[in-house]
Design a protein around this ligand. Structure first.
Ligand code: NAD
Length: 433
């Protein structure tokens, strides 16, 4: 099929490369000319496992093309996916300006019946509003549908190539057929396409992200309770997750969730619900618990040193909001860094992928080490924030030699407290005995 993707960020680039890999002719568009120039040379602006070979291969085969000429790309497409950003506005509502700017370009470009699928996460009713925007710019026939994306950063290519489900919110049966056609190669083992009305599809995405955030916040509260009661949250997590009605995913306590999706999507859901006069108190609580949780690790560090952090160097491992990505949007590490700097500490950090993004945001406020162990040298403590694989079984003897004091804060409960104590470390986890 002739596919156009508007917006080449985490979602648009993965989707564009994925559709191209199935043999479609894909044109990926963006207003960021520098990004498009780099992508056309096969250089990736983001880190996402498996994405670079996919982009390079399909670019080389001529099935994947990058351009800033959006209207021209739209004019040739049978289906246009909109994957632009929907960041939070000043009051927490989703800022839809990129969606409607893309809509105007689509309207000006349309030629012949075309399906416009919204992949971006958008509030209920946005597909209606996008239809109006496009209609104001064209006389050509088209259908707007909702097709929310569920990929996870860090595993985005896998998620896109093997989706758990494909949600299609449409009223026009022709549009559903087009979506079935373009997604069929991804759904060969079983039909996981769920068709529904557009409003339900739009809400499904917010409900899914909010449900996941609620699970995390609930377990973070249980971790706090375990610390008060002398229980162990790892044991509780395993016991609870063994119930198939509950399942064992998304039950890990830690330093709070971050990223470009959960925080903004919950805020947007709350704003939508308030506007509709509906109560969504659990979502509201999950968000408040998360804000508090992001400070827990920093509070443990400050408490350990009795508030005397002035001039002390604290080492941080992991800055991205999760492993496998260079994305630091709303990352818990940023809150921790602010806490430590405010307490007078010096911070030295290392992340396998996100050092450059942090340098761009924080400049020289912290020291960024290109090797993990360099960050640890002469530090008063090491704090694990993001559980990249390479941090799971590091050389603790080397860490002990490098540290000025053998103190570890494990923000993701990935290390063995008993073993570390036997090596002479003081160990802090989250909700562990
Ligand atoms: P992003 O910020 O990485 O990328 C958005 C891209 O759109 C940018 O390259 C930007 O230059 C481009 N853009 C903005 N306005 C444009 C316009 N008028 N025309 C063409 N291009 C334009 O965003 P993202 O993380 O890929 O997220 C995109 C959407 O998908 C958001 O609504 C997000 O909530 C949703 N989503 C994200 C994820 C994720 O893991 N990142 C997962 C599922 C859904």
């Amino acid at each position: 099929m002739r596919v156009c993707v508007i917006g080449t960020g985490y979602v648009g680039l993965v989707a564009g490369a994925g559709f191209a890999d199935m043999g479609n002719d894909v044109v990926c568009c963006d207003i960021d000319a520098e990004k498009i120039a780099r992508l056309s040379r096969g250089e990736l602006p983001i880190f996402e496992p498996g994405l670079e070979p996919l982009v390079k291969h399909n670019l080389g085969e001529g099935r994947l093309v990058f351009t800033t000429a959006i209207e021209q790309a739209v004019s040739k497409a049978e289906i246009v996916f909109v994957a632009v950003g929907t960041p939070p506005g000043p009051d927490g509502e989703a800022d839809l300006s990129q969606i409607f700017a893309a809509g105007a370009s689509i309207g000006r470009g349309l030629k012949g019946f075309t399906v416009v699928a919204i992949k971006s996460t958008v509030p209920v009713g946005t597909s209606d509003r996008l239809r109006d925007t496009i209609a104001a710019n064209t006389t050509q026939p088209f259908a707007v549908i909702s097709n929310p994306e569920f990929l996870k950063e860090g595993d985005a290519v896998n998620d896109f190539m093997k989706p758990d489900r494909v949600i299609v919110g449409a009223t026009d049966p022709r549009a559903v057929d087009v979506l079935r056609h373009v997604y069929a190669p991804f759904l060969r083992t079983s039909d996981r396409l769920i068709a529904m009305d557009p409003h339900s599809a739009e809400l499904t995405k917010y409900a899914a992200n909010t449900m996941l955030a609620i699970r995390i916040s609930f377990m973070n509260e249980m971790a706090g309770l375990c610390e008060r009661l002398g229980a162990d949250v790892d044991a509780v997590r395993r016991g609870v997750g063994a119930d198939p009605r509950i399942g064992n995913k998304f039950l890990f306590p830690g330093s709070g969730y971050g990223g470009s999706c959960f925080p903004k999507d919950i805020k947007a859901l709350l704003t939508t619900a308030r506007g509709a006069g509906a109560a969504v108190e659990i979502a509201d609580a999950a968000q408040r618990v998360n804000e508090r949780q992001k400070r827990v690790l920093g509070e443990k560090v400050v408490a350990h040193f009795g508030g005397q952090l002035a001039g002390k160097k604290i080492a941080l491992w992991g800055l991205a909001f999760k492993p496998g990505t260079d994305d630091i949007r709303e990352a818990p590490a940023l809150v921790l860094i602010d806490q430590l700097l405010a307490a007078g500490a010096r911070v030295a950090a290392h992340d396998p992928a996100a050092n450059a993004a942090v340098r761009k945001q924080l400049g020289d406020r912290i020291e960024l080490a290109s090797a993990a162990y360099d960050a640890v040298k002469d530090a008063a403590a090491l704090v694990l924030v993001t559980e990249w694989h390479e941090f799971r079984r590091p050389n603790f003897e080397r860490i002990k030699q490098l540290l000025a004091q053998p103190v570890l804060f494990d923000g993701r409960n990935i290390w063995e407290p008993g073993y570390l104590r036997s090596l002479g470390f003081t160990y802090y986890g989250i909700g562990r005995k």
